[in-house]
Design a protein around this ligand. Structure first.
Ligand code: LLP
Length: 464
């Protein structure tokens, strides 16, 4: 596929409050439109023309996840450089849970990102993607001994979540007589109002982190400082995901700075980094404002600079973006199986569902949808998945052109927590994954088939 130069791009126009994407031919586009194309938000909407996306769906089948490689790079650099502009020592760790395709994680490794992992699987992926143990953080509220042993063996930094978890690690390193690098996740009791309750993690009622409110963090710090097998390197807090307001980030930065100063005061111990977690949201809706990493940096970095102004060594700032780096690069392509019009509701029935994109049902998340080449007049439709559950709706009522059976639809901003949360529920096969880099398209994961569903099943004759 090498039609990039001939590819049509899209501008957003608003008709009666409804945003529609309209093709613009790059060659003939007047300069005003070219400007729109260069805007990163608009280009993420209209990076590929409808006909190009249909060609991809024809070539690889449906449903298929497609990733815009160039946009992943743009977002990574935007993030890293946005912070570097405001602070001298910055380290970005990509949160693997957002998307663990081996090509994506290897690409981000090559760009310089470290890895934030939650399981042996993710740590193994990180090592496979070329990460050194020292650039991997293992964060989990519930770590098994097997996971701890794996992390210690691979020199991964262990992010402790509770006093009980610290005790487990203490007894393990005592037995193994090996050193381990540790940091502590703090629960700062910070509320986030702009995100869904399932992904708000920084308030005191969540399961995460050592409580800032009850001094647990200082008890833990003392234990780690005194333990000859432990090197206490830093503190961490991740307050939630898809956050589009500045206050919680600001409060988090203040608390993390105060805690490190208090550690210095009480134990005369200087930590080397403050990890502010991930959580920066993206604009999922047309015309929604972007909260840029640079703006976030301009809010949190001065707090640290102020608090540590008398210090010889400024702690490093660590960050763990997941969604921001990969969400907008992803498009889920799906085929229309049937269109059902009724007096009450109209449904576009597609060949995917919450098994492949769980975000709408799990978090009432909004994903923009495009009917590729839809030309007819718009009507209110719900895009319905093929899973046998009423809740399997990929959109609520949306004004969309009525598609024909066999048309392709595109669900935008599906690159984060799309494929990584997909399942084989209802025995549908996991989708293919395709990367578009420059002018070329590459298959980066085969569509599953029946053999994949059978893979680990054991047919035991004595049972039948
Ligand atoms: N660090 C830690 C410790 C995390 O738990 C997470 C995400 C991140 C970093 C990255 O957060 P991000 O930059 O992606 O917001 N499945 C949900 C999101 C769950 C996020 C879980 N933790 C969704 O689809 O919205």
């Amino acid at each position: 596929m090498s039609s990039f130069n001939r590819r049509k791009f899209f501008q957003i126009s608003t008709i009666g409050g409804l945003a529609l994407s309209m093709p613009i031919d790059l060659k003939s586009a007047p300069s005003k439109e070219k400007k729109i194309l260069l805007d990163p938000y608009q280009s993420s909407v209209g990076r590929f023309s409808h006909s190009y996306l249909r060609k991809i769906a024809n070539k690889y089948g449906s449903p298929t996840y497609l990733y815009d490689w160039d946009l992943i790079k743009t977002r990574y650099l935007e993030f890293r450089d946005g912070f570097k502009k405001h602070y001298p020592k910055v380290k970005v760790h990509y949160a693997y849970k957002a998307n663990t395709n081996l090509n994506i994680i290897s690409y981000l490794t090559s760009l310089g990102a470290g890895a934030e992992c939650i399981s042996i699987g993710e740590m193994s992926f990180a090592l496979k993607a070329g990460q050194k143990g020292e650039n991997i953080i293992f964060t989990s509220n519930s770590k098994s001994e097997q996971e701890l042993r794996f992390a210690i063996k691979n020199k991964v930094l262990i992010n402790i979540d509770s006093l009980s978890g610290l005790k487990n690690l203490e007894s393990l390193v005592g037995k193994l007589k090996t050193t381990v690098r540790v940091c502590f996740r703090i629960n700062p009791d910070v509320e986030t109002t702009s995100t869904h309750k399932h992904i708000s993690t920084g308030h005191k009622f969540t399961k995460f982190g050592l409580m800032y409110l009850n001094e647990d963090i200082y008890k833990a710090a003392k234990i780690a400082i005194d333990n000859k097998f432990m090197t206490f390197e830093g503190i961490h807090s991740h307050i939630g995901s898809q956050i589009l307001e500045s206050k919680p980030f600001e409060k988090n930065a203040q608390i993390l700075s105060s805690v490190s100063l208090e550690i210095k005061k009480r134990f005369n111990y200087e930590i080397s980094f403050i990890n502010m977690g991930g959580g920066l949201g993206i604009p999922y809706r047309d015309n929604q404002a972007r909260f840029s990493p640079e703006r976030l940096a301009s809010i949190v970095c001065p707090i640290l600079k102020r608090k540590f102004s008398g210090f010889k060594n400024l702690p490093e700032i660590w960050l763990e973006p997941g969604r921001y780096l990969v969400a907008e690069a992803g498009v889920l392509l799906s085929k229309v199986n049937s269109v059902k019009m009724t007096d009450i509701k109209n449904f576009i029935n597609v060949d995917t569902g919450f098994n492949h994109l769980a975000r709408p049902i799990m978090y009432e998340a909004y994903h923009r949808v495009r009917i590729l080449n839809g030309k007819s007049k718009t009507k209110k439709f719900q895009v319905a998945g093929n899973i046998c559950e009423t809740g399997d709706m990929l959109t609520k009522d949306r004004l969309l052109p009525k598609p024909e059976v066999g048309d392709i639809i595109a669900l935008l901003d599906s690159g984060a927590y799309g494929f990584s949360m997909a399942s084989e529920y209802n025995s549908f096969y996991l989708p293919a994954e395709v990367a578009i880099k420059g002018n070329s398209d590459y298959l980066i994961r085969k569509r599953e088939d029946f053999n994949d569903l059978l893979r680990n099943q054991i047919l035991e004759k004595k049972l039948i």
